[in-house]
Every structure is written in C-alpha cells, then in structure tokens.
Design a binder for this molecule. Structure first.
Ligand SMILES: [Zn+2]
Ligand SMILES: [Zn+2]
Length: 340
C-alpha cells in the first residue's frame, strides 16, 4: 500500500499525542485541585473543624507534619541506624540485549520488588493524624538508603552463551528506599474523623490524587506546573507532526485520485477513437480477410506471437488467451497491429 509508512507514523504519533494530552490534563487537574485544597494546621482545633463538617469529612485538604510510627518502626537492612515506616526493596537486573534490529542495547528488568508498611501518623505539636494506605499514594517520596550495583563477571561460557541467546547480564542493582521516621512531609488527601475519635488522612474518594511528599505545597504546584508546560510543548510538537502527516496522506490520496481519473479519461479517449476507426472501416465494407475470425464484425487489430497471425479484434483477444484460433500455436505475446 502506498500510504503504509505515513499511516504507521500517524498512528504512532497519535498514540504519543493522546498520552501527552492525558498527562497534560492530569497535571492541570492535579494542580487546580491542590491549589483548591485548604491547608490546615495540625493542632487542637483541627478535630473540631473536621467533626463539624458533613459526615465528619473534608474531601481534599493538605496537612504537614513529621512522620511518627505507631508501634515499632521498620529497621533498614542496609543501615541499622535508619528506621522508618514504609520500606521499598527492589532488585533489578541490568542486561545487554540484542534488539530486533541486531544492535546490542542496555535494558533492565525488575526481578523483585517488596514494600513493607507499618501504621504511622503525621504529627505537629503533639497532635496526630493517622495516614491510611500510603502505598495508594500517587506520589510517595522516599529517601534512598542504599543503592548498590554488583557487576557480573562473565566466564567464557557465559560470553558464548550470551552471544547465541542474544542476552548478557551486566549486573544486579539492589535498592532500598524508606520513608524515614521524623521526616517532615506534606500529605494531601481526604481527612476524616473516625468513629474511634482519631483523625485519618486517606486516598480521596473523589479520585483526586493522593500525595505524601517531602515538598512544600508551593514547590509541588511549581513542579506540576513545569510538568504541565512540558506536556503542552510535547502536545504542540506531536500535534504539528500529526497535521503534517495527515497533510501528506491527503496530498498523496488526491494525487492518486487525479491520476486514476486521468487514466480513465485517457482510456475512454482511446476507446472512443477505436470505435470511430471501426465504424469507418465498416463503412468501407472491409473484405473478409480483414475481419476478426471470431466475431466476423470488427476489423483485425491484434497480432499473436510467435505465430504472427493477425486474426483477432481487441474484444475477442481478451477472451482468447491460450491458443491461436488459426494455427493452434500457443500464444506467448500479443501486440496491437496496425492494418492500413
Ligand atoms: Zn472479434
Ligand atoms: Zn497462428
């Protein structure tokens, strides 16, 4: 197909554009929601404020406090002096892989990822808000406690095997991240007054993003705004590419269509001139040997090769494809004959 390359390019471009538009609106909405979320101090009045709201709930607010474990904190496996409330342990394998194009390229895959979580609260001035379901947060900032890379030392056998299998291990990376005890973080989410008399920050039920970040609100809004601007730029770039590709496809289509029309016009002109020639020849009352041997009405127009018989009109020659009707020789080729 003529348009295959352009169509594939347009398809890929549309997918990227759609993803960029989605991200743009996601950032824009998140920014608007965060800007619209009231900031509340964690203090003695907070309980009362939440309690007086309908269903004892504030649908989207931001609070800031230090992380305080409820119970014994998780101790880091790499640094016993560090303790926290959310722990991420990840093991990644780095490989060099032969791609479908034949080149070797670096890639990585996660072999194992484990999260450990324990209950914790955000605290200021002795007042606390319990944080529920921290792993459901859209953004959960954690400190990197340890990040080590163990390179693989390949044997000769590994080299040979790797060459044939198209994959070679470069090494293994193990990472430990933690939300540390005592970190000052901003929580943005739904604040509820639970039946047991505690305040809880949880993922918003209205689908708004849930944040547990060490950034201040202003920095978070700025970051979202920057990201929104970047996605807008990408949308413009990929949108323009899409318009150009569509233009190319439309132009090609029109060109093709005009060519077809011209071809049809040319054919009908040829047909017309042939009919005209036949009519003239019929008027001249052609002798028997100048008439097609099949229909006996049109003049002879086609020469059959290799036998060289000029015995058919063009209409009949399209039905007779195998043997010459005069000498029964196999028809290998045919051409227009000009009989004066
Ligand atoms: Zn004929
Ligand atoms: Zn023949």
């Amino acid at each position: 197909m003529d348009y295959l390359a352009e169509t594939i390019a347009l398809g890929v471009d549309s997918l990227i554009l759609a993803a960029c538009i989605k991200q743009y609106y996601k950032n824009k909405n998140a920014m608007m929601m965060i800007q619209g979320a009231p900031y509340l101090e964690i203090d003695r009045n907070l309980k009362e404020i939440v309690e007086t709201h309908p269903e004892g709930k504030l649908s989207y607010v931001s609070v800031r406090g230090t992380v305080k474990p409820l119970g014994n904190p998780i101790i880091s496996i790499n640094n016993p002096n560090v303790s926290g409330v959310v722990q991420l342990l990840r093991i990644k394998e780095h490989v060099v892989q032969r791609s479908t194009t034949g080149f070797w390229a670096d890639s990585e895959r996660t072999i194992q990822e484990v999260h450990n979580v324990m209950p914790f609260s955000l605290e200021t001035k002795g007042m606390q808000i319990e944080v529920c379901d921290p792993l459901a947060a859209d953004v959960l900032d954690m400190d990197v406690i340890s990040d080590t890379f163990h390179p693989t030392v390949p044997s000769v056998m590994d080299h040979i095997w790797g060459f044939f299998a198209g994959i070679r291990q470069r090494g293994v990376q193990s990472t430990e991240k933690m939300l540390r005890k005592g970190t000052m973080i901003t929580g943005i989410g739904e604040l509820v007054y639970a039946k047991d008399g505690t305040l809880r920050l949880q993922p918003p039920s209205n689908g708004a993003p849930f944040y547990l970040t060490n950034m201040q609100i202003t920095s978070l809004v700025k970051k979202l705004n920057d990201s929104k601007k970047n996605y807008r730029l990408l949308c413009i770039v990929f949108g323009t590419v899409g318009v150009i590709l569509s233009g190319l496809i439309i132009r090609k289509y029109w060109k093709h269509k005009i060519e077809l029309e011209e071809e049809a016009k040319r054919r009908s002109q040829i047909e017309e001139s042939r009919r005209e020639r036949r009519r003239r020849m019929r008027d001249e009352d052609l002798p028997e040997n100048q008439l097609c041997v099949v229909c006996k009405s049109n003049p002879i127009e086609i020469i059959l090769l290799p036998c060289g018989h000029v015995c058919l009109c063009e209409d009949c020659s399209s039905d007779i494809t195998e043997l010459c009707p005069v000498c029964r020789a196999t028809i290998e080729k045919r051409a227009v004959a000009y009989v004066l």
